[in-house]
Design a protein around this ligand. Structure first.
Ligand SMILES: Cc1cc2nc3c(=O)[nH]c(=O)nc-3n(C[C@H](O)[C@H](O)[C@H](O)COP(=O)(O)O)c2cc1C
Length: 503
């Protein structure tokens, strides 16, 4: 058993043990931002095409109508990826909601920008301060980009890029509430942020390459964060998780990689296992040899080919930035039905965004995830569990259930949350974790969860653009979900997304 499998087993939610959480220590709640003291930040607020604009005292920013080049491009890419899009008055401090959702609203993902021969910004490394929507210069000069390229094994998707975002996870923000299972949510949350980065970059006229193939130590040295340097039993604070690079439109240059294998750690790794699995998945300075890609699932014979449902195709592509700006996770569904065409469009945007007009399908190692849809209220599709073949977008029935049984099952599996029971459809991403680790080492744990978050963000946005509701669900009874899907319990349930009619 690998460290990844041991971590996954240890962090399963089980009906018998769910109530064992000792309660939250509110006095120690982490702040969801890095604190930067800086005398010469780069202010980005005036470039946002939003009204009212909270970063310019409500006025429309002076540069709001400018082309998406130079600082306007940077401002908009950062804002629509992970900016503060709403603020709710709360005690002891206001709650800032972001462009991407986050489990428990804890926002563990941090962003850094690396500029290299970009317009209107000096070469160097910058920290992103979302609260004030500004960049903090951290390290000037061309060395920052050179360090990213070196960490990314000379990938052409990094050498050819003028702007890259490095996404890190600050683990304590999620651990504070979810303990060891927090690491899963950090990865899923960061996947949602990467989903926005790809979609927003495309909407701004660029191509985006997302990768998890980098040497951790080299990248973390650049960021002055280095969890490997902390003691084995000390919780590490922050780790690099992914790089999204902005490229000119056109064919992608080679070589480039989105995922590379690590070695595999032992099942007897010392707790905390979240640290152990992150550490076991680190990549070395010398580029690992790529693993053969996962075999594509054969296109289903028979089944229900959803591409025939004539999805509207334009809903999210019409104004993706407006959808990100107004996006919120649905808090309650009305028990009502959605149509087969609506479900088809949501799944199409997630699986084949290019066909849906939303840019290339950014993913790290998509082939190692499987997708199921539990249907409880979709006109034209029988209730029950279906497996989805992503290439042909074909649904194949796994298990027939009546509507009420399907709803009860989904509610229970989502830890009794009404979002599960009232949803019209529940999309579940799973993985044969043992096989994924055999091919990709313990790094597979990261890529599977980042990919599921990327897909989850596209599911969310596609649903909202159609006027439907959506919410990610990070809390579920793992083994009971595998039972419902007809999978062996050793398969990992990676992520759950609910879809329905907002109440
Ligand atoms: C990985 C992940 C897991 C989540 N799990 C749940 C959940 O189990 N139950 C729930 O009600 N909301 C869940 N959410 C939604 C968050 O509560 C929501 O994103 C957060 O409160 C911020 O609100 P917003 O998405 O409307 O901006 C999840 C979101 C993410 C990204």
């Amino acid at each position: 058993m690998s460290t990844a499998v041991a971590y996954h087993e240890a962090t399963k939610y089980r009906p018998a043990t769910l109530g064992e959480h000792p309660g939250l220590d509110w006095a120690r709640q982490p702040v969801p931002f890095k604190r930067y003291d800086c005398l010469d930040p780069i202010e980005l607020g005036a470039y946002l095409p939003i009204a009212p604009n909270p970063f310019t005292d409500g006025e429309v920013g002076a540069e709001a109508a400018s082309d998406a080049t130079g600082l306007a491009l940077i401002s908009r890419w950062l804002f629509f990826t992970h900016g503060v899009t709403a603020t709710i008055a709360a005690q002891p401090r206001p709650l800032h909601l972001r462009a991407a959702p986050s489990a428990g609203g804890l926002y563990p993902t941090e962003l850094y920008l690396v500029a290299h021969q970009a317009e209107r910004i000096a070469d160097g490394l910058y920290g992103y301060d979302p609260q004030r929507h500004r960049l903090i210069p951290l390290w000037p000069g061309a060395e920052a980009h050179a360090a990213v390229v070196e960490a990314g094994y000379g990938s052409a998707a990094l050498t050819g890029s003028d702007l890259c975002l490095i996404a890190t996870g600050v683990f304590e923000r999620s651990r504070w509430r979810y303990r060891e299972r927090g690491y899963r949510r950090v990865l899923l949350d960061t996947g949602h942020v990467l989903g926005n980065a790809a979609l927003a970059g495309h909407a701004l006229g660029r191509r985006v390459h997302v990768t998890s193939a980098f040497c951790d130590e080299l990248l973390e040295r650049l960021l002055r964060i280095d969890p490997a340097a902390s003691a084995e039993d000390e919780p590490s604070d922050e780790g690099a998780l992914a790089i999204a690079s902005l490229l000119r439109p056109g064919a992608s240059d080679r070589p480039h990689w989105t995922a590379l294998p690590s070695t595999t750690g032992s099942k007897d790794a010392a707790p905390p296992l979240a640290n152990a699995v992150h550490r076991a998945g680190r990549l070395p300075a010398q580029r690992p040899r790529p693993s053969p890609p996962a075999e594509a699932e054969p296109n289903a014979l028979g089944g229900d080919p959803l591409r025939d449902a004539e999805p509207e195709l334009a809903a999210l592509a019409g104004d993706p930035l407006a959808t990100i700006l107004t996006r919120r996770s649905t808090r309650r569904y009305r028990r009502d039905t959605i149509t087969r065409a609506q479900l088809a469009e949501v799944l199409l945007v997630a699986e084949d965004p290019a066909v849906a007009g939303c840019g290339p399908a950014s993913a790290l190692d998509r082939g190692r995830l499987s997708t199921f849809v539990a249907v409880a209220g979709v006109d034209g599709i029988a209730s029950g569990v279906h497996s989805l073949t992503p290439g042909s977008l074909t649904l194949r029935p796994v298990r027939r259930l009546d509507d009420a049984t399907a709803r009860n099952a989904c509610r229970f599996l989502c830890l009794g949350q009404d979002l599960g029971g009232d949803a019209a459809a529940v999309v579940v991403h799973t993985a044969d974790l043992g096989a994924a680790v055999a091919a990709m080492g313990d790094r597979a744990y990261r890529t599977l969860h980042l990919d599921a978050g990327i897909l989850g963000q596209r599911l969310n946005l596609a649903a909202l653009a159609l006027g439907l509701g959506a919410s990610g669900i990070g809390g579920f009874f793992d083994e009971q979900v595998t039972d419902l899907l007809g999978l062996p319990r050793k398969h990992a349930i990676v992520y759950v997304t609910t879809l329905g009619i907002p109440a």
